[in-house]
Design a protein around this ligand. Structure first.
Ligand code: NAI
Length: 476
């Protein structure tokens, strides 16, 4: 069977399915080819399941502290991890059904198989016919599109020579399916995934050690924020070992896992013993076995190369999301997908300014940021003015009983424009959007202060930090 389309999207994650919906809105005939499930890594193996588990960990900790709020009898609460997993799965299923309904609403055809791009063929003189293979061995389907979007995502990386076995050494996907919690875990990598899992597992009562190659946890975040987060995570009992690179020859797996490492701070070899390892050393683009060799598409450092409208070297084939590298975030993939579709429909979309993209880490406390860190701004030769304000001095934070952290605003002394906004504390992943809008509008801290922040609200801390840039904060 062969069928013609205006657009075929390879991959139904948050990049791919959002692109398909936008294309349907623009009256294009669209199909998605997805080999697993609509919603992709984000919905089934990433953002949503991990946030659901983080929420259970947060409720567990909050319930233990309920007596601080005058609610007695909750000091000895226990975990039912099976129920925690069921709740997570229910959330995923509900969102999954929602996406399937959106596909129906947009009259988007969904093919549940593995798509591969063919070279010029009887179907088309250009590369781009998609051949779909099915797991049940059914005859391949051929789709003949005018345009393609490759949105095939990414998969967890490992350290070469140290394979993920799903039993001792886990990655961010298979750790989601543990039926019971380990007593101890070593997490390799203190990036976003490592930190979120460290925070969650420590809140669940697991003994957590995090080993990080860089001198700072969350190496790409502002130093003051990363240091504050580290302090707070240490209070949960997490041990951080920094400036250490784990290599495969330092690991032995028998009944228990032993990891040897060289501790440069006191010039000695040390050994860590643990029940499980979580590998959180980054993700790599899915570019293999999708037929790129049948095209002129360029793959650079493992990621598909595109222009600012996400066209590859084959101008009718676009690529978006994790498979093009860069900021591997679901909200970035979605926005890239919308731009790609609007570009192919000649709608003149604006390219993304990646410096305006908010970054969120859902640990407890949370971290959120947009723009340059203070260290990056100084390295770029910008004379910065910094305002910082603590949640400790905020009424709503005291009411919540969550007073840890601060908002830090960095401005260019010369132009007065915002350079970056960094937050660590309660609900900051919701608050960062104000800073994102301010960056898009090229606002100054003074303009932030002209938007009146309601009282009592956590957002007042943003207004106060903006005033603090000029040293005129009211409550500090
Ligand atoms: P990452 O790149 O954020 O962090 C990896 C860390 O591992 C780095 O700090 C690196 O220095 C360290 N590392 C690498 N090799 C090492 C070794 N041999 N020994 C010790 N440390 C080593 O990658 P991560 O955390 O795996 O996340 C992957 C992607 O997924 C990121 O792009 C992230 O933004 C995205 N993601 C985003 C989330 C969010 O927005 N909340 C949640 C989860 C993932």
């Amino acid at each position: 069977m062969s069928k013609e389309y205006d657009l075929v999207v390879l991959g139904g994650g948050p990049g791919g399915y959002a692109a398909a919906i936008r294309a349907a809105q623009l009256d294009l005939q669209v199909a998605i080819v997805e080999k697993d499930k609509l919603g992709g890594t984000c919905l089934h193996y990433g953002c949503i399941p991990s946030k659901s588990l983080l929420r259970s960990a947060e409720v567990f900790q909050q319930t233990k502290k309920a007596s601080d709020f005058g609610i007695e009898g909750t000091e000895n609460v226990t975990l039912n991890y099976e129920k925690i997993q069921l709740r997570k799965n229910k959330t995923i299923e509900s969102l999954h059904s929602g996406i399937k309904a959106l596909m129906k609403k947009g009259k988007i055809d969904v093919f549940n198989g593995t798509g591969r791009i063919l070279g010029p063929s009887i179907f088309s003189p250009l590369p781009g016919t998609i051949s779909i293979e099915y797991a049940d061995g059914n005859e391949n389907t051929m789709l003949v599109p005018k345009n393609i979007i490759i949105a095939t995502g990414s998969k967890p990386k490992t350290i070469p020579g140290l394979p993920i076995d799903g039993e001792h050494v886990l990655d961010s996907s298979n750790i989601l399916n543990l039926t019971e919690l380990p007593t101890s875990i070593v997490i390799i990598g203190a990036g976003v995934i490592g930190i979120e899992w460290a925070s969650m597992l420590a809140d669940f009562g697991v003994s957590v050690t995090v080993v990080e190659y860089a001198p700072q946890i969350l190496p790409s975040e502002d130093k003051a924020v990363a240091n504050k987060l580290e302090q707070e995570l240490q209070k949960k009992g997490i041990t951080f070992i920094k400036n250490v690179q784990i290599k495969p020859d330092t690991l032995s797996i028998n009944k228990e896992i032993a990891i040897e490492y060289y501790d440069g701070s006191n010039n000695s070899n040390k050994t860590l013993h643990t029940e499980k390892i979580l590998m959180a050393v980054g993700r790599e683009a899915n570019t293999l076995n999708i037929g790129l060799e049948n095209t002129d598409i360029i793959v650079n450092n493992g990621a598909i190369e595109t222009n600012e409208f996400y066209q590859t070297k084959e101008s009718h084939i676009y690529a978006i999301g994790d498979c093009i590298g860069g900021m591997q975030l679901a909200h970035v993939a979605t926005h890239e997908g919308l731009i790609a579709v609007e570009h192919m429909a000649e709608q003149s979309p604006l390219p993304i300014k990646y410096n305006h993209v908010p970054r969120c880490i859902y640990s407890s406390p949370e971290v959120a940021s947009v723009g340059l860190t203070e260290e990056q701004a100084r390295a770029e030769g910008i004379n910065v003015k910094v305002g910082q304000f603590p949640f400790q001095a905020n009424g709503k934070a005291l009411v919540y009983g969550e007073t840890v952290g601060f908002v830090k605003i960095i401005a260019d002394e010369k132009t007065k424009d915002l350079v970056g906004v960094h937050m660590v504390g309660p609900h900051v992943t919701n608050m960062i959007s104000e800073a994102g809008l301010a960056m898009v509008l090229d606002a100054t801290p003074w303009e932030i202060t002209q938007s009146i922040h309601p009282h009592p609200s956590l957002s007042e801390v943003i207004g106060e930090a903006a005033l603090a840039v000029d040293g005129i904060q009211i409550h500090g």
